[in-house]
Write a protein that binds this ligand. Structure first.
Ligand code: 6R9
Length: 654
């Protein structure tokens, strides 16, 4: 049985000659030459990049060590420091260049130069040292979006401590689990975060997490004073203000040189089952992936103003806020707040205000902003933009077209970047001046990333057929292991069923006639309807293509006759309908999908809601939708759900 891909998208957008003229990789031929080089001399290709893009304390002589698969090592006898690569090496030339433009929730702007950021990182690193933090110690960072969050991460890197950033929206229970699993010595937090005019009580939640027990490993809690009032009790001997810790500390701090393979950080991410996985990244290979893609995907230019809207609590915020922009010496925007406060024009207003050239955000944000104010971008001057990016989930062609036309003025290429927490940096994405884009496709791999699509037997599938997305060769920014769980690492990513050879991404995909890759969704989101496999994303895309629909999520429901039935949860652009109006709309949308894809994809059941259940990072929680689709009671953990009230609404059948 084959995975069928039924969505057709034929529009092609070639980069303009003007854009290509100033770009790093100017043409498809240049891109292909890079790929051929990687094919012909894989290790030489990556070794060149590692020498060109990273500054080494001790040069490496080994490139890829495959002696103990799948525990691969890169540049293993080299030594460097990540913070040195992000700060010190720019100081001769860029000391006075703005590194970070921070905009707070209420619009206050703070700018720091590279010299200032270097001083902040050194002082805080000296503070951590004074508390006895040394190389290999784990430090949990539970911070709001702020310059200090980046300082905390960079300071850990500077002294070889391993950070584990926990997203500020996570609950006390999730924080406690992560603290225990990592065995953290220090927790860095703030007395509050500010988002959409409301205070997020991070210190109080930290106290609660530690009070849940089992966190004896934690010696100190460092508290950055973000809001004026103290909103949590103080534990003397454990709690310490950030400003007191750095007071009088030296303004320079000799970096601790680490081995290329020493862990830079752990970041927990959801697996297919309960317990989150502690994805462990290396120092050199990870940084190389970040720098290389900053240059290739974002075609970084020295006068750019780069803005990645992701929170540092997610991998996107690690790679494209805390590391890559600094490693190339860029000016970047960091935003504390949310896209809809004080109104849905906030992103566009900030792009105008800071003259942003490169804007990188998630489809879910784009879709919600379309819903709240399709015309709002036109009220702002967005002419500084030259490149747009998308990440985190498939972007449906309708949202892509709106992003392209309304935000990008038809002039900016869109890089739809496919990658994962585990890959550390972009894997499949157009290089903006070299690869013509198709709305909804992440196009082709980064040179040196060997992607394929295979079937259950591990054989490559033919073009047009869906299969499992794999990466065939180890690459520098790849996850090294799962923290304290090497067995789970092997089972999750190199399962025996697929021969254990390739990195299994967990996504299904297909290649079109041009070899472009289309992500169809997670493997577990592929439905089997009457012997046909359908990507849920394709049905969603069809639904969203209807002018009345703002957002849709599709899941399967066991069906005695068809195997699986299609259940669609739909958010409309207008009000949520009821009664006969709802029934009429259900009929209309079913016919619409039948027309767009074919009768096999027609949803059996359509439910309307004001929103969809989402994690705080904006990912739709499909496992909850599957439970609702089956008409069962929700017994799963919903602590990471942003909007629990939505569940009841979605349980009501039309
Ligand atoms: C970076 C990030 C990874 C999963 C991945 C895939 C989905 C990410 C995508 C995309 C289609 C894209 N995903 N980018 N799907 N097109 N451009 O999001 O990491 O949070 O680990 O999620 O997200 O399903 O497997 P992470």
């Amino acid at each position: 049985m084959s995975i069928e891909s039924v969505l057709q998208e034929n529009r092609l957008f070639a980069p303009s000659a003007e854009f290509a003229a100033g770009a790093r990789v100017k043409s498809l031929a240049e891109y292909q030459a890079m790929c051929q080089h990687a094919e012909a001399d894989y290790e030489g290709f990556w070794a060149n990049l590692a020498r060109e893009h990273l500054t080494w304390h001790k040069p490496f002589t080994q490139v890829l060590d495959q002696s103990n698969p799948p525990f691969y090592k890169w540049f293993a006898d080299g030594e460097l420091n990540v913070s040195y690569n992000c700060l010190d090496r720019h100081l001769p030339d860029l000391a006075h260049k703005i590194a970070v433009i921070f905009e707070s929730d209420n619009g206050t702007v703070t700018k720091v130069t590279y010299a200032e950021l270097h001083r902040l990182v050194c002082q805080f690193a000296n503070g951590l040292k004074s508390l006895g933090v040394t190389k290999g110690d784990r430090v949990v960072v539970y911070m709001p979006m702020s310059i200090e969050a980046v300082v905390a991460m960079q300071a850990c890197a500077r002294i070889g401590a391993i950070h584990s950033v926990v997203f500020g929206g996570f609950s006390a229970k999730s924080l406690q689990e992560r603290i225990i699993d990592a065995g953290a010595k220090i927790v860095i937090t703030a007395n509050g975060g500010v988002r959409g005019g409301k205070i997020v009580p991070l210190k109080a939640t930290t106290d609660e997490a530690l009070a849940l027990g089992g966190c004896e490993c934690v010696e100190r809690v460092i508290v950055y004073k973000r809001v004026v009032h103290e909103d949590a009790p103080w534990t003397i001997g454990r709690d310490m203000w950030w400003h007191d810790l750095v007071k009088g500390k030296p303004e320079t701090c000799e970096p601790t040189w680490v081995n290329a393979e020493d862990p830079l950080f752990i970041l927990y991410t959801s697996g297919s089952t309960g317990k989150p996985k502690g994805v462990q990244h290396s120092s050199a290979g990870y940084l190389l992936g970040a720098v290389n893609t900053m240059l290739l995907t974002f075609d970084y230019r020295p006068d750019d103003v780069f803005w990645c809207t992701a929170d540092v609590g997610w991998i996107t915020g690690h790679s494209y806020v805390a590391y890559a922009p600094l490693a190339v010496g860029a000016t970047q925007v960091i935003f504390e707040g949310i896209p809809t406060y004080p109104d849905a024009g906030r992103f566009w207003q900030m792009i105008e205000r800071h003259r942003v050239t490169t804007f990188y955000t998630a489809p879910t944000a784009i879709r919600s902003l379309i819903k709240l104010g399709s015309d709002l971008p036109k009220q702002y001057n967005l002419s500084s933009l030259r490149l747009l990016g998308s990440v985190g989930e498939p972007i449906n062609p309708e949202a892509w077209m709106w992003y392209h036309e309304v935000v990008g003025g038809g002039r900016c290429p869109i890089v739809d970047t496919w990658w994962q927490t585990e890959t550390g940096s972009h894997m499949i994405t157009p290089l903006p001046a070299a690869i013509a884009t198709k709305p909804g496709s992440c196009t082709l791999p980064i040179p040196g990333i060997m992607v394929d699509i295979i079937d259950e037997a591990g054989e490559p599938v033919e073009k047009g057929k869906g299969g499992f997305l794999v990466i065939k060769k180890p690459f520098p920014s790849q996850v090294r292991t799962l923290w304290k769980d090497p067995e789970r690492f092997k089972k999750s990513y190199f399962p025996e069923e697929y021969g254990g050879k390739y990195y299994l991404a967990g996504d299904s995909a297909h290649k079109d006639a041009d070899g472009y890759i289309w992500i169809m969704g997670r493997i577990d989101d592929v439905l089997n309807v009457s012997g046909h496999r359908l990507g849920t994303m394709e049905i969603e895309s069809a639904l969203v293509g209807n002018s009345k629909v703002a957002e849709a999520a599709v899941v399967g429901r066991p069906d005695p006759i068809k195997g699986e039935a299609v259940v669609a949860f739909v958010v409309l652009k207008g009000a949520r309908p009821a009664g006969d109006e709802a029934k009429a709309l259900v009929a209309e949308l079913r016919d619409w999908v039948a027309k767009e894809i074919g009768a096999i994809a027609k949803p059996d059941d359509i439910r309307f809601g004001d929103n969809l259940p989402k994690t705080r990072s904006g990912k739709i929680m499909r496992r909850l939708l599957r439970t609702i689709a089956k008409g069962e009671q929700i017994t799963q953990d919903i602590s990471t759900l942003e909007n629990p009230a939505i569940l009841q609404q979605l349980q009501e059948a039309v």
